[in-house]
Design a protein around this ligand. Sequence first.
Ligand SMILES: [Zn+2]
Length: 192
Amino acid sequence: MQVALDDYVWAAGVATDLVNTAPEVWHGEDKLPDLASLAAFAEAHEPGPLPELARLARPTDLRTIHGLRNTVRGLIDNPDTERLIAGATALTFSVGSTTLIPGPANHTRWAVLLQPEANLFDALSLICGVGILGVMQTLGENRFRPCGAPTCQGAFIDTTRPGRRRYCMPGLCGNRVNVANHRARQADARSR
Ligand SMILES: [Zn+2]
């Protein structure tokens, strides 16, 4: 089973989504509470090895993946170059060997083969590590940020070209801020 090395946007997106399943982002409710939610998370991040590995996941994997989620959050919250590179490198321990896999239009892509005994935690660790390293190489350390919504505890890795993303879940937190601003303007207009 392999993980492509050249799609840091996808990999960083997996890292961002993983971090934002944490209870502190959802007022105490863990969005990865059981194996079924883990399988749904894996399915939402196809293509790649995650869905197949999620079908083999066990309750102990849930604990290690919650630990990984904390580790990645710690890296996003402390975006220092050396710390990010060292932390992300440590997440890539499950690499077996580097190879080329078929890509679009007869091109090949850099990829790493997971060790045969690798589990979902190993694959997710590797993907988060690859995502962080890819963003560091291409975009830099100022792409690791807390959510801009005042009431949200989320965080994200900004892989947009201009680098002006503001929210951990743009559809949700961005909308919440818009609604709050709209209500504040209406209240302001009424009080005049
Ligand atoms: Zn948010």
